[in-house]
Design a protein around this ligand. Structure first.
Ligand SMILES: O=C(O)CCC(=O)C(=O)O
Ligand SMILES: [Fe+2]
Length: 186
């Protein structure tokens, strides 16, 4: 079954300028270790403990490790109202025709790093809401985002996808030469 639907290209934000303003900053979260959303290295909100256990055992059996353990699993997270203007989230909601928001963030993966296969832990209030992502940096060889068995590569800047379900397996890898950024919304 198709993991997500392309709902068009959002061009009401200058994505190039948006991405460069984030890359100049210290991220609010360095996942999966510290910052907003983590307490003593543990996820603060766990609404689906079985999915978290499945994620962790997948990492364990595959051999994925955090940077603090000598591995390459690491991604940065930037938030509206902290790292970027809230109006970007509002413009995205207008584009999608959505009124309720649980969370909005930008994920960034540096070359050589990855966000291994996982199921997100969203707040209970996001159950039943849509999950979306937007490709915000120019496509580059080696930048890969995957949801289940679908590969999202070479996507035009501003392309918005609506997921089939917010709680499905996905992963991002940066085998390229520049940072890979995605805007996420649930
Ligand atoms: O940026 C990516 O490729 C994946 C990020 C992600 O899955 C997340 O932030 O939950
Ligand atoms: Fe995720």
């Amino acid at each position: 079954m198709k993991s997500a639907t392309n709902i068009g290209v959002m061009d009401t934000v200058d994505w190039q300028e948006f991405c460069s303003s984030l890359l100049d900053q210290v991220p609010a979260t360095i996942a999966p270790h510290t910052g907003l959303g983590y307490v003593d290295g543990e996820l603060e909100t766990v609404t689906k403990p079985e999915d978290l256990a499945a994620t962790l055992s997948t990492w364990e059996s595959a051999g994925y490790k955090k940077v603090s353990e000598g591995g390459s699993a690491e991604w940065y997270m930037f938030y509206p109202g902290i790292n970027f203007d809230q109006s970007v989230q509002e413009r995205l909601m207008d584009f999608m025709g959505v009124e309720d928001a649980n969370a909005c963030w930008v994920s960034m993966i540096k070359p050589g790093f990855c966000c291994p296969w996982h199921i997100d832990q969203h707040e209970i209030r996001s159950f039943g809401l849509g999950r979306y992502h937007v490709h915000i940096n120019p496509p580059e060889m080696g930048h890969v985002f995957m949801i289940e068995d679908d590969y999202y590569i070479n996507q035009p800047v501003g392309t918005v996808y609506r997921w089939r379900d917010p709680f499905i397996w996905h992963a991002g890898f940066n085998g390229g030469r520049t940072p890979k950024l995605l805007l996420n919304f649930v």
